[in-house]
Design a protein around this ligand. Structure first.
Ligand code: HEM
Length: 154
């Protein structure tokens, strides 16, 4: 029962973080870019990221908690397969990139929107877009590693 709950929480967190990035990057951003002028677009995206990033933080906590708990239930870290080590490494890189987005371009976007400096906000948004694209690719790779790793154990 505990194991099933932890796997479920782990996957909920993956869905929210990776699925949220997919939607933001592949659907929302291009639509906003074609339908809205800079002021409306940047206000919309700043609001979207403010809400989404709360869920990303919750997802990161859930991923690490459930992940380490699962490792303990399976034995210990030494017994974990290579796919778990790789998953942890990728998750750490993704978390650092998220922390950077949050602390730098996202803060810059919010303050640019607050003082209506649209060109500055546009530069910050471009950085967020690039970093989210990197994290989306890493997230999808991590899903492949997590799902298929145990079947590819050497
Ligand atoms: C963005 C980050 C992460 C993603 C996308 C991810 C994804 C996944 C996926 C898709 C599974 C397969 C679940 C299943 O087939 O039932 C999984 C399992 C697992 N994850 Fe993660 N995970 C992430 C972070 C972490 C972290 C940080 C840890 C460790 C602290 C971790 C530890 C584990 C363990 C131990 C399993 C079970 C492996 C097995 O049953 O062979 N994961 N993860």
């Amino acid at each position: 029962m505990l194991m099933a709950t932890l796997y479920t929480l782990h996957i909920f967190a993956v869905l929210v973080w990776v699925g949220g990035m997919f939607f933001a990057h592949m659907v929302l951003r291009p639509t906003a870019a074609s339908a809205l002028e800079a002021p409306e677009r940047l206000q919309l995206l700043s609001g979207v990221f403010t809400r989404f990033f709360i869920w990303v933080k919750i997802s990161i906590v859930l991923l690490f908690l459930s992940g380490f708990w699962l490792i303990m239930l399976h034995g210990n870290f030494g017994k974990a397969g290579w796919h778990v080590h790789l998953m942890l490494l990728l998750a750490i890189v993704m978390t650092v990139i998220f922390g950077w987005i949050y602390a730098k371009p996202f803060k810059a976007l919010k303050s640019a929107v607050a003082i209506q400096q649209w060109p500055v906000g546009g530069v910050a948004m471009a950085q967020i877009r690039q970093l989210v694209a990197i994290n989306l690719v890493l997230g999808l790779i991590t899903v492949v590693v997590g799902v298929s790793g145990r079947y590819l154990m050497m």
